[in-house]
Design a protein around this ligand. Structure first.
Ligand code: DWN
Ligand code: ZN
Length: 424
């Protein structure tokens, strides 16, 4: 395992980082640190060959629990401009996400009265994959995406996309230009935003009176139960359960109409939010009860999680060491952001993984941040199959295992890193 010295440029950090001292949702200062995964680099900043010899920046990654509203969160905030103005992750690069979003659009169309005049706005619309599922039914769509390299891809597909960060100021401009939205979507953006007050004021400004705001966020109980510690990184500022969300939406005159668990990104919740409810789904109380039973309101739960994370790390490192000693060739499958947390936290470098493969064009030909492992298209995996493939994109295990059944038939093995390192 690589043991290099980390470069922490304090002055640079001060320029790109803010330190929050109060809870993002309730403002309380009763915040308890329970886990440190850093210092690690920014995990979507893949490096070009020319960058490998320059010093790299590493940032603290400490996780806190608010004993007032029970929000789990980061307090060290890396500037969103640095994180998102140019971005490597493409929704369309993962086929399971295309299927998932298509089902989301079907559900919205079934449950809400929409027609060809209805406006659907997607915040953090990425390459337009989700909005395409609405535009094919003739609805009006508008994407908001801060990464210009990705907004361009959406435009090329015919999905009109405004390149901007969504906040209250942006919402005021959009409302003037496009009118109120019947549906506002925010899949995997709610956890990414530090200023939730400005975001929610923006939603209130842009949403039609009877409109619906639909978010998807990774669900905290899944993170805890499956030890998905690698989904913790600087882009994800909040780790939500339903309890803090109820608290937050009420502050802005909104209520959760319905909430359901969906199987993406390690287990997420899809939350439907409106101003005036006729009736709230029983699902809301059911999940709140489950969260109380799971002791999400107790610091002890998080301290136990932190202990388990260390054990997973030790077991994974030991397993890889043993396999390497036996002369095994190992590579990584997928180069997700979370994979870079795992590699950096466990100090798994090029001495362990020969290469990683990934379907995202922006990542191919580059090197993983911090660990400098080359990223290739999946063709390399088929041409030079390893004995073992560390499944960094474990959230797509079912699909990938099925897709790579030939590799497995020929004796190739996958290593699943969490919840407990396992060879399959
Ligand atoms: O919130 C976030 C989520 C939505 O996406 C972001 N902050 C960043 C990103 O997280 P991630 O990079 O961990 O997401 P994924 O979807 O788990 O990434 C999977 C990666 O694996 C992608 O780079 C595509 C790649 N992949 C692959 O190479 N072969 C994926 C599949 C399904 C495959 O068969
Ligand atoms: Zn709080």
């Amino acid at each position: 395992m690589s043991g290099k010295t980390l470069h922490v440029d304090k002055t640079k950090q001060e320029n790109v980082m803010l330190r929050r001292t109060a809870c993002r949702v309730c403002g309380s200062k009763k915040l308890h640190k329970f886990l440190s995964l850093g210092p690690i680099p920014l995990v979507n900043k893949f490096l070009g060959e020319e960058q490998l010899s320059s010093p790299e920046d590493f940032y603290p990654l400490d996780v806190y629990f608010c004993t007032n509203c029970y929000l789990v969160q980061l307090l060290d905030i890396v500037s969103p401009q640095v994180l998102f103005e140019e971005y490597a992750y493409l929704t369309g690069a993962s086929e399971p996400m295309q299927i998932h979003f298509s089902k989301l659009a079907d559900e919205v169309l079934e449950n809400f009265k929409l027609n060809e005049n209805s406006l659907v706005i997607d915040i953090g619309s990425n390459d337009g994959t989700l909005l395409q599922c609405f535009s094919k039914f003739g609805l009006q769509t508008l994407g908001i995406e801060p990464a210009s390299n990705i907004a361009q891809l959406a435009e090329a597909k015919g999905i009109h996309t405004v390149t901007d960060f969504f906040d209250e100021g942006c919402a005021i401009k959009l409302r003037k230009e496009y009118g109120p939205a019947n549906v506002i979507l925010g899949t995997n953006i709610f956890a990414h935003v530090d200023n939730l007050e400005s975001l929610m004021r923006g939603i209130n400004c842009l949403l039609a009176n009877d409109g619906v705001f639909i978010i998807e966020v990774p669900y905290l109980p899944n993170l805890l139960n499956n030890l998905e510690f690698d989904t913790i990184y600087h882009e994800h500022l909040s780790y939500f359960a339903v309890h803090p969300l109820v608290y937050l939406f009420r502050k802005f005159g909104m209520e959760i109409l319905d909430v359901k668990q969906v199987p993406v990104h390690g287990g997420s919740i899809r939350v439907f939010v409106q101003r005036a409810l006729k009736q709230q789904s029983q699902n809301v109380d059911n999940l709140l009860l489950m969260e109380r039973k799971a002791m999400l309101n107790s610091l002890k739960t998080y301290l136990k999680f932190a202990e388990e994370v260390v054990l997973v790390k030790e077991k994974l490192v030991q397993l890889l060491k043993t396999l390497k000693k036996e002369g095994a060739k190992i590579t990584g499958y997928g180069a997700p952001a979370k994979g870079n947390v795992l590699l950096n936290y466990c100090k798994i470098g090029r001495d362990v993984l020969d290469y990683v493969t990934d379907t995202t064009p922006f990542k191919q030909g580059k090197y993983t941040p911090g660990t400098h492992i080359p990223v290739f298209p999946v063709k390399k995996f088929h041409e030079e199959p390893p004995d073992y493939a560390l499944l960094l994109a474990w959230n797509y295990a079912d699909e990938i295992l099925q897709k790579e059944s030939d590799y497995r038939k020929k004796g190739g093995k996958f290593i699943l890193p969490i919840p407990e390192p396992k060879v399959i």
